[in-house]
Design a protein around this ligand. Structure first.
Ligand code: 8IG
Length: 282
């Protein structure tokens, strides 16, 4: 029989996630990863702060993964032993919906994390801020999302409840770590172009406060797989039209780099809090 592939629509995507999780176990020697993190723009430095790196696996060596074409997005999966003995899987290999390779590729890392044993999925991203009070470099907790991609990672009549998708319990733990953390509603556009000012005005009108190109589809897949989701956006730029500044990818990367040490520290403290909570739960 041929190796299961994400391109074969007759094969469920979880079959490829099972292969990927098995490859990770083999390459890391870690039987179970208790939580997983996807690190977006600005969040990359956090990986090494979380604990001890057990193994770093090139994404290209794991079934269903491929190297990202986006500058500033490394392509590795890192296994980390946390101070309390749990293990975290850090996914530094995000596939974006705008790459046009299908939504299965977009959420493959999340499905792999679930098969690998994760109970919590931490999704981070760089994003545009609609609230003018959020200067570039501000981290914001995602409270809810609006999915404007017109796509879903779910296949067939899979009616998944998205009430409390971004776990109030996990947001509470993050706010114990940093009570000043703001919350916002993440609006996922397809991209890769940034929004027009009129689209940002629409996003604000319908209840959004953050604009991005990644997390909503991943969060939906995480919920389907039974994972609890914590979402964090780094505001790297004011969304189009919020200020009179034009947007550039270079500026976005610069804002991410500037905020990185601070974010790494914040995320390490949040993950430590979540991991201690997980260890205490059956
Ligand atoms: I970083 O302003 C980053 N990602 N859609 N809009 C959208 N995605 C983004 C933005 C932004 N900034």
């Amino acid at each position: 029989m041929a190796e299961p592939s994400l391109d074969d629509l007759e094969t469920p995507p979880t079959a490829v996630a099972e292969l990927a999780a098995a490859a990770l176990t083999e390459r890391t020697g870690v039987e179970r990863h208790d939580l997983a993190l996807t690190l977006g723009s600005g969040w990359g430095a956090a990986a090494r702060r979380l604990g001890e790196v057990v193994a770093e696996v090139p994404a290209a060596d794991v079934p269903g993964f491929s190297v990202s074409g986006v500058p500033g997005h490394p392509g590795t999966l890192t296994s980390i032993a946390l101070p309390n003995g749990l293990h975290a899987l850090v996914i530094g290999a995000r596939t974006h919906f705008y790459e046009g390779r299908g939504v299965r590729r977009v959420v493959h890392s999340v499905r792999t994390a679930a098969v690998a044993g994760a109970r919590v999925m931490v999704l981070t991203n760089g994003a545009g801020g609609i609230d003018p009070a959020w200067a570039p470099g501000t981290p914001v907790l995602i409270r809810d999302h609006i999915n404007l991609t017109a796509a879903s990672p779910l296949e067939g009549p899979t009616f998944v409840d998205l009430t409390d998708l971004y776990s109030a319990r996990l947001r509470g733990l993050a706010q114990e770590v940093d009570p000043s953390l703001a919350e916002g509603v993440y609006v996922q556009f397809r991209g890769p172009h940034y929004e027009t000012p009129a689209e940002v005005a629409m996003a604000r009108t319908i209840g959004g406060s953050i604009v991005g190109m990644s997390t909503a589809l991943e969060a939906i897949a995480a919920r389907e797989a039974g994972l609890e989701v914590l979402g964090l956006s780094l505001i790297t730029n004011a969304a189009a039209g919020v200020t009179d500044q034009p947007l550039s990818h270079a500026e976005v990367l610069a804002a991410g780099r500037e905020a990185e040490p601070r974010l790494a520290d914040l995320l390490a403290r949040i993950v430590d809090r979540v991991a201690r909570d997980l260890a205490a739960r059956p």
